[in-house]
Design a protein around this ligand. Structure first.
Ligand code: NAD
Ligand code: UDP
Length: 338
């Protein structure tokens, strides 16, 4: 049986995607350097699916390792999650981001090319749009990312597009995720950020579990219905399923195509807090704080193209997202170290 190689497969979105592929009957191989994840994820995946994925510990930048992985397994498709993702850190350490996200991806693509394994699903981000001057994002907007993290994602998109243009055997899906939240309903895998979370939902979850005292709401004077920032949160289970649909699409379509993965509607910071209060029964104190530099007031995906081409649409709503995020957090108050 041909295998699926998942880079970054012990990470947050990767682990949920590995479960989805195993449950759909695929043989899954994980490669991860554990720079932002725990090996325990493999035990948890095994508890959910009954199968432990084959695991290679190492970096996508390790050419020799990649060549041996491709030589040892007939890899049908690569799902490429591996990379760094913290916007603020990327501003402080741009070289780290270009090195790991861009140079690392080039080593991976080179190994794929040499092995003749030319189907790629790439984890891109809504960050590639930058500040396009509209709030409903379609895939054809110009890409003008405003920080090194977003630039690194756009560069990898460009590289993949050029590669496909040079060799029509390549088929590539660029998946632009909006704001992934939630966890597997088992509560066995979920998001486990190291240190103080940057993102809203893991921060709320740590306030709910008592590890942090209050949430700083970054601005309540935006031109949005309640003044707080609006984002398109998407359940990680819906996102994982999107990768299955993208993989099927690549079997039938050559080319390099970008797809938004979002619900198509936005929720404000205070709507997210209220939903989490309801799901957890915890008070979740908030403090209104200054706006965070670089934040946009509001945006969400237009998922119509994805629905038409991939047949995918998000099924789960904000209540599902916070219920499952809370279930994971309360069962694993210290993440995988609990
Ligand atoms: P994550 O940090 O949980 O997962 C990334 C995984 O990649 C980690 O397990 C890490 O150890 C691994 N990794 C990093 N560099 C590596 C390297 N050089 N070689 C091998 N493994 C390496 O992040 P996530 O939230 O699961 O995100 C997965 C992908 O989706 C990333 O590319 C990210 O940029 C993208 N993305 C995430 C979000 C989000 O909000 N979570 C939004 C849009 C896009
Ligand atoms: N946010 C907030 N407090 C936090 C983290 C985030 O008020 O501690 C707000 C942020 O200003 C934005 C929304 O929550 O309006 C989502 O932020 P996140 O960092 O999760 O995603 P991104 O800004 O990258 O879309």
């Amino acid at each position: 049986m041909n295998s699926i190689l998942v880079t970054g497969g012990t990470g947050y979105i990767g682990s949920h995607t590995v479960v989805a592929f195993q449950q759909a009957g695929f043989d899954v191989i994980v490669l991860d350097d554990l720079s932002n994840s725990s090996e325990q994820v493999l035990d948890r995946i095994e508890r959910i699916t009954g199968t432990r994925p084959r695991f290679y510990l190492g970096s996508i930048a390790n050419q020799a390792l990649l060549n041996s992985v491709f030589a040892s397994h007939p890899i049908d498709t690569v799902i490429h999650f591996a990379g760094f993702k913290a916007v603020g850190e990327s501003v402080q350490h741009p070289l780290r981001y270009y090195q790991n996200n861009v140079a690392g991806s080039m080593v991976l693509f080179d190994a794929m090319q040499k092995a003749g394994s030319k189907k790629l699903v790439f984890s891109s981000s809504a960050t590639v749009y930058g500040d396009p001057g509209v709030i409903a994002y379609t895939e054809d907007l110009p890409l003008r990312p405003v920080n090194p993290y977003g630039q690194s994602k756009r560069m990898v998109e460009d590289i993949a597009r050029d590669l496909q243009a040079s060799d029509s055997d390549w088929s590539v899906a660029l998946l632009r995720y909006f704001n992934p939240v939630g966890a597997h309903p088992s509560g066995l895998i979920g998001e486990d950020p190291r240190g103080i979370p940057n993102n809203l939902m893991p921060y709320i979850a740590k306030v709910a579990v008592g590890e942090l005292s209050e949430l700083n709401v970054f601005g309540d004077d935006y031109t949005t219905p309640d003044g707080t920032g609006v984002r398109d949160y998407i359940h990680v289970q819906d996102l994982a399923r999107g990768h299955l649909d993208a993989c099927r699409y690549l079997n039938e379509h050559k080319g390099c195509t970008a797809f938004n993965l979002g619900t198509g509607r936005g929720y404000s910071v205070m709507e997210a807090v209220d939903a989490f209060r309801k799901a957890s029964g915890q008070p979740i104190p908030v403090r209104i704080s200054p706006r965070r530099a670089g934040d946009l007031p509001e945006y969400y995906a237009v998922p119509d193209f994805t629905r038409k081409e991939l047949g995918w649409k998000a099924e789960l709503n904000l209540d599902d997202m916070v219920r499952d995020h809370w279930n994971w957090q309360k069962n694993n108050p210290k993440g995988y170290d609990s």
